[in-house]
Design a protein around this ligand. Structure first.
Ligand code: NAD
Ligand code: WQD
Length: 337
């Protein structure tokens, strides 16, 4: 069975990708330092899959540790999720973000070269587009100056990968620009586990629905959209996981020294109010919300043009917004049990 290393594999998107990899006949090998995840994820994975997933606990910035992971396994490709991801926090501790997100990629590329591993799927983000001049946004739409140190690390990592390929490296890269990943595995055995007060919309909604938060503030209703609230492209994490499996499969068929990037979103945008209404529908619960001021740095509207990922990777989303909110809600309810 082909072994695929997933750095950050105990995290939100990584854990769902571990499931998708097993279902597609690959063996995931997780590396995680559990800085933003919990070891219970491994129990959830074992319950879903019926057998344990191999996990090496350690830091991607520890070169010797990474060398040992590559020595002990027969890794054929890598999906690099490990990163610090909180936009607000990145403005307070930018050096930690630059160090963790950039060094880990450089070390990984060097260790991959030492072990002749060619294929890497990189977690990028629609944040690199800022507020794009055209919608839906295409891969060819120019990137904007980053709004945060976090966003800048994603731009820099994309640039590192393109420069690495330009240098002639025998590496094959797929950079995936995720839109807004939401939802959970339908079993409710794994899902998103934000530490502290969630910064993101869906966990804030589900925690409010569960009574953990008193109310949710909608950040602004005076934007140039249908109902005045911001638009995002919310993609079910199971669909996103599947895009990684398709990317791994695709890279294996490419020539050496290859780079491509893909938007991974649904192609549809929804306003914050539409999300709240959809949550109320699937949960059967009225949500306590209020309209507040705009959040600084927020993008007004963004959603993906998905022609490329559909035409080249043969990927299409299987889940809709209501599915994602139902699964996120069931996951939240399971956490209370
Ligand atoms: P997450 O925090 O749930 O998962 C990341 C995992 O990486 C965590 O388990 C954490 O413990 C681990 N980790 C972090 N630094 C590490 C290190 N140095 N060594 C080993 N493990 C380390 O985040 P996620 O939502 O699953 O995001 C995965 C990737 O996708 C990240 O690169 C993130 O920037 C990117 N991304 C996420 C979103 C989103 O909204 N969730 C959107 C776009 C891009
Ligand atoms: C979605 C919408 C908020 C919370 C962030 C990162 C981005 C990417 C995805 C990684 C916005 C509104 C939210 C709340 C609200 N991550 N909102 N009340 O801002 O699209 O992107 O996560 O790469 O880089 O910036 O996601 O979930 O924070 O917000 O009204 O309590 O919900 O204003 O319109 P965002 P989000």
């Amino acid at each position: 069975m082909k072994q695929i290393l997933i750095t950050g594999g105990a995290g939100y998107i990584g854990s769902h990708t571990a499931v998708a990899l097993v279902n597609a006949g690959y063996e995931p090998i997780i590396v995680d330092n559990f800085s933003n995840s919990n070891k219970n994820v491994l129990i959830g994975l074992e319950k879903i899959l019926g057998s344990p997933v191999k996990c090496h606990e350690g830091d991607c910035n520890d070169r010797e540790f990474m060398q040992s992971v590559f020595r002990e396994n027969d890794i054929q490709g890598v999906i690099h999720f490990a990163a610090s991801k909180a936009v607000g926090e990145s403005t307070k501790i930018p050096l930690t973000y630059y160090s963790n997100n950039i060094n880990s990629l450089i070390i990984l590329l060097e260790v991959m070269k030492d072990h002749s591993v060619k294929d890497i799927v990189f977690s990028s983000s629609c944040t690199v587009y800022g507020q794009p001049d055209e919608l839906p946004v295409k891969e060819s739409t120019p990137r904007k100056d980053a709004e945060s140190p976090y966003g800048n690390t994603k731009k820099i990592c994309e640039d590192i990968l393109t420069d690495h390929i330009k240098s002639g490296a025998a590496t094959r890269v797929a950079a995936l620009r995720y839109f807004n990943p939401v939802g959970a595995h339908p079993s409710s055995l794994i899902g998103e586990l934000p530490l502290g007060v969630p910064a993101n919309l869906i966990p804030f909604i589900t925690q409010t629905g569960a009574g953990i938060r008193e109310k949710i503030t909608v950040f602004g209703d005076d934007y140039d959209t249908l109902d005045g609230t911001c638009i995002r492209d919310y993609i079910h994490v199971m669909d996103l996981a599947d895009a990684h499996v398709k990317s791994i499969h695709y890279l294996a068929a490419q020539p050496d020294n290859f780079f491509d990037l893909f938007n991974v979103g649904t192609g549809n945008g929804n306003t914050v109010m539409e999300v709240i209404k959809a949550f109320e529908k699937v949960s059967g619960k009225p949500l306590n919300y209020e309209i507040g001021p705009r959040r600084s740095g927020d993008i007004e509207k963004v959603w993906a043009n998905t022609d490329k990922v559909t035409n080249i990777l043969g990927w299409e989303p299987q889940y809709g917004l209501e599915d994602a909110l139902r699964d996120a809600w069931n996951w939240q309810v399971s956490l209370e049990k």
